[in-house]
Ligand binder design. Structure first.
Ligand SMILES: [Zn+2]
Length: 157
């Protein structure tokens, strides 16, 4: 039986279906967050914005527009280039780099892994950093992981 499961998983892995199944589970698990992201995405799209599908290893929608620019400029943590809510990445119209997008896609993956508890885990990580005399945003473990991924991204051409 164990062998059969192993063979099945191996077959799925080789066909790439395991990744597809894992991606689908991640999308469903993070759906409450993505729906919240869509609530923000719709007015951005309606007010002269656009929504593009991000191609790559993680499914995500990239939302940009004048309203996104204003929201990111007035973000409670300070001006931001982009932010991810579930599988929705809201970004400025100008100056979105591949590194920034990679950073946000790590947050998309984190949301896919943590699902609806991700915002609480994120806040707990910030509280943990503060309790240890560190900066809530900069030393948040999820931000550290996203910054690490940025560095491993090939330089832009
Ligand atoms: Zn981040």
């Amino acid at each position: 039986m164990r062998n059969l499961i192993h063979q099945l998983l191996d077959k799925l892995h080789r066909s790439g279906r395991l990744r597809t199944v894992a991606g689908l589970i991640g999308v469903l698990w993070a759906l409450p967050l993505s729906l919240l992201g869509l609530v923000l995405a719709l007015p951005i799209r309606i007010l002269h914005g656009r929504i593009d599908r991000v191609s790559g290893s993680v499914p995500a929608l990239l939302v940009r527009g004048p309203l996104a620019d204003r929201l990111l400029q007035r973000h409670p943590f300070g001006p931001m280039a982009a932010m991810a809510i579930g599988h929705i990445v809201i970004a400025r119209q100008q100056g979105l780099t591949a590194h920034t997008l990679r950073h946000e896609l790590v947050h998309v993956l984190q949301a896919a892994r943590w699902g609806p508890v991700f915002p609480f885990a994120y806040l707990a990580a910030s509280a943990w950093a503060l309790l240890h005399g560190r900066r809530a945003y900069w030393h948040n473990r999820f931000e550290i992981a996203a910054r690490k991924a940025e560095k491993h991204f090939p330089p832009e051409s």
